[in-house]
Ligand binder design. Structure first.
Ligand SMILES: C[S@@+](CC[C@H](N)C(=O)[O-])C[C@H]1O[C@@H](n2cnc3c(N)ncnc32)[C@H](O)[C@@H]1O
Length: 270
């Protein structure tokens, strides 16, 4: 999510913690809700995307990811690593596959919880390969897995392979449902990285979110495009701090607050 969007509380309907409970009462685990949500999302055409209220926000998110990818690929190139091995952790539908193509990786591992998204990611790669005709293109593998519960090393083709980059874009906060899940996610991100290589990503800004919910009379904040509803604003624990994130036509999912210092501590110890 992008918590930097301006807030116009008057345009929104207020929510209570009761609404929060009721809206989720029929579903089961949070991971199932997330997978179900992303599995239902089809591909949209360029024209449809252009019409969307979040067109510019999407462009901004893509720009941010491109800058990050370029930054770390350039750093690797300077150290003589010209064709990195990359793990795209929570790859979704493969929205970053063109960015990876520009980075000229040797091998790209794409993994996500949502089966349909992984299949769409595979299709995007096939299309890209077709576009490249006879030119050499990076190899890939596609894995459907809950990276907060399953050890990816047991699922990759080459269990000895070390990565140069783990990229985790708008995903890691889902795993902060519990300490156990966060530990597994960070383990999957870092355990197979070559020493001195890079794990980077984008996620929520917990400080900003705590600030924003603190300044409302109820448990939610947002504007005409997005809405965040917490279960409580008395405590913001390091794990299991659940909120519902709704983004115009795109996301309606349980997520978990992730504090930067908690993530840094975990990554450091992995
Ligand atoms: C906002 S989308 C981002 C997709 C992609 N990284 C991008 O930037 O376009 C979040 C993705 O995280 C995936 N996800 C959430 N929890 C996950 C988990 N525990 N393991 C693997 N993927 C997960 C969802 O299925 C979804 O595809």
């Amino acid at each position: 999510m992008n918590p930097s969007i301006n807030i116009s509380p008057n345009k929104r309907k207020r929510k209570s913690s009761q609404d929060f409970e009721e809206s989720n009462v029929k579903r089961s685990s949070n991971a199932e809700k997330v997978a179900e949500h992303y599995n239902k999302r089809g591909n949209t055409s360029c024209a449809e995307r252009r019409q969307s209220k979040i067109f510019y926000m999407r462009n901004f998110n893509n720009w941010t990811k491109s800058v990050l990818i370029k930054k770390y690929v350039d750093a690797l190139n300077k150290r003589g690593v010209n064709h990195p091995v990359v793990l795209d952790l929570g790859c979704g539908k493969g929205g970053d596959i063109l960015k990876w193509d520009k980075a000229r990786p040797n091998h790209l591992i794409c993994t996500d919880l949502a089966e349909t998204s992984v299949s769409q990611c595979k299709d995007r790669y096939a299309l890209l390969k077709k576009r490249h005709r006879n030119k050499q293109i990076f190899t890939t593998e596609f894995i459907v897995a809950d990276s907060s519960k399953e050890n990816l090393n047991e699922k990759v083709q080459d269990k000895q392979m070390k990565y140069d980059i783990t990229s985790c874009q708008f995903v890691i906060h889902y795993s902060f449902e519990s300490e156990e899940q966060a530990t597994m996610m960070v383990h999957n991100a870092c355990a197979s990285l070559n020493k001195g290589r890079y794990f980077f990503g984008t996620t929520v800004n917990a400080d900003k979110m705590i600030d924003l919910v603190g300044n409302t009379d109820d448990l939610s904040f947002g504007n005409t495009v997005f809405d965040v509803t917490f279960e409580s604003k008395d405590l913001f624990p390091d794990f299991s701090c659940k909120y519902i994130f709704q983004l115009h036509d795109v996301v309606n999912c349980p997520e978990f607050l992730l504090k930067k210092e908690t993530l840094v501590r975990y990554a450091r110890n992995t």
